[in-house]
Design a protein around this ligand. Structure first.
Ligand SMILES: Cc1cc2nc3c(=O)[nH]c(=O)nc-3n(C[C@H](O)[C@H](O)[C@H](O)COP(=O)(O)OP(=O)(O)OC[C@H]3O[C@@H](n4cnc5c(N)ncnc54)[C@H](O)[C@@H]3O)c2cc1C
Length: 381
């Protein structure tokens, strides 16, 4: 007996984007959908991503910035990014929208159980929880299996803590987001601040680290935040709420499907860009691809697009972050000093040509990258 035609495991960013896309199809095409989520309470996040065209979730964008800023010991650089926009979505609104969509649909059933394992039996896939085994024709899963990441692959954590603050004086430039400010102590790691101003008196200020540790203590994060706010803005403020998180950044190429034919989605499919930690846009593009496959009955799912040469660039940078973290602020400084924000966004979006990439690399510390390429090639032999 089949419990649903489709099972989606994980009601997070990827699971919800997939359900949203499936519910746009007629019920006869999708059949019943079962959504399995282990957490009763979803952890809220601030999602930012850049686009130069209309996107599915434009109506949820709470704020966007048309100017970006980069800070380093040499200089502060800012630039217009039109036709791009740097968009912010508060995940509370994202989940509210999807939960309403799900509760108004008779096609989707939600259960709160932890998935323990998967198996397959002839044509059907089986999803095992503590007390049940659910069967379906198609299973999509957002569970990341960290144990599959081979030991020789770089795995670094982007971990951060942010404060939503309200200041007494108008201190923020509300049309300008600071994507990286390296003007803070690096302490042999990669540290930068991220500032998203929602108005002249309200902002999310986040301390971020790339390191092999997956978190610092609250006291450490708070010390960086306090120092930065006092030095940069020198104002009194009220702390409204906090946000903490960690994002895996790895060169490991997550498989598109498991041996049982379970289709991976989101971070589990490698949607997190290894060198930046951004995933929202890549999840949207992957969802579109999965829907095309579903509609053409093609379940020979390919790895996320964007591997190839971009994966090689990401790997080089990850290896430098791991082995020479003190060099990262210099690389970023060279990148931003010598290229426009638009060129950088387009490169990070993996939409540049090889020629454009070569001209961008020409602006970076060449010996450092050549050494890393040499080590990379040696490791492949
Ligand atoms: C705090 C934070 C801020 C971020 N900000 C940005 C950003 O600004 N821009 C950007 O592009 N990316 C950002 N990211 C990265 C990425 O977009 C998010 O991590 C995104 O949520 C990944 O989507 P996902 O569906 O793969 O995972 P999740 O959203 O984490 O969803 C996975 C779901 O699966 C459930 N689950 C896991 N295991 C099981 C199990 N065994 N059984 C049942 N359910 C299970 C989890 O409870 C969870 O609800 C951020 C990440 C974090 C943590």
């Amino acid at each position: 007996m089949m419990d649903a035609n489709i099972i989606v495991v994980g009601a997070g960013c990827a699971g919800m984007q997939l359900i949203n896309a499936l519910l746009k199809l007629p019920a006869e095409q999708t059949g019943d959908i079962l959504l399995i989520e282990s957490n009763q309470q979803i952890i809220h996040k601030s999602w930012c991503f850049w686009t130069n065209k209309q996107s599915e979730y434009d109506f949820l964008i709470g704020k966007y910035w048309s100017e970006l800023k980069f800070g380093s010991s040499k200089s502060d650089l800012s630039g217009e990014i039109t036709p791009y926009r740097y968009n912010y979505i508060n995940s509370e609104l994202f989940f509210e929208y999807h939960n309403q969509l799900i509760s108004s649909s008779s096609r989707v059933k939600v259960v709160h159980e932890e998935v323990k394992m998967f198996s397959s039996d002839s044509n059907l896939k089986q999803v095992h929880t503590q007390n049940n085994i659910y069967k379906a024709q198609h299973v999509y899963s957002s569970i990341i299996d960290y144990s599959t990441i081979e030991n020789n692959k770089v795995l670094i954590w982007q971990h951060f803590k942010g404060w939503f603050i309200k200041t007494e004086q108008a201190v923020f430039k509300s049309n300008q987001a600071t994507i990286m400010d390296f003007n803070i102590a690096q302490n042999q790691a990669v540290h930068f601040m991220y500032v998203l101003p929602f108005s002249e008196t309200e902002a999310l200020i986040e301390f971020t680290s790339f390191s092999s540790m997956d978190c610092y203590s609250d006291q450490e994060y708070d010390a960086y935040l306090k120092k930065y706010i006092s030095e940069k803005f020198n104002c009194s403020y009220e702390l409204i709420r906090e946000e903490r998180g960690k994002i895996p950044m790895t060169e490991f190429e997550f498989p598109a499907c498991s041996k049982d034919g379970i289709i991976h989605i989101g971070s589990a499919a490698g949607a997190i860009k290894p060198s930046t930690g951004y995933a929202f846009n890549r999840i949207s593009r992957h969802t579109e691809y999965l829907m095309k496959c579903f509609l053409t009955n093609n379940f020979n799912i390919k790895k996320l697009p964007g591997l190839g040469r971009f994966h090689f660039y990401d790997t080089l940078l990850l290896q430098i972050i791991q082995n020479q973290p003190e060099k990262v602020s210099v690389i970023m400084e060279q990148l931003f000093l010598n290229n426009s924000f638009k060129q950088i966004l387009s490169f990070l979006d993996e939409s540049t040509s090889l020629l454009q990439e070569l001209s961008l690399f020409n602006t970076l510390p060449k010996r450092l990258f050549l050494k890393q390429v040499f080590k990379y090639v040696q490791a492949q032999l």
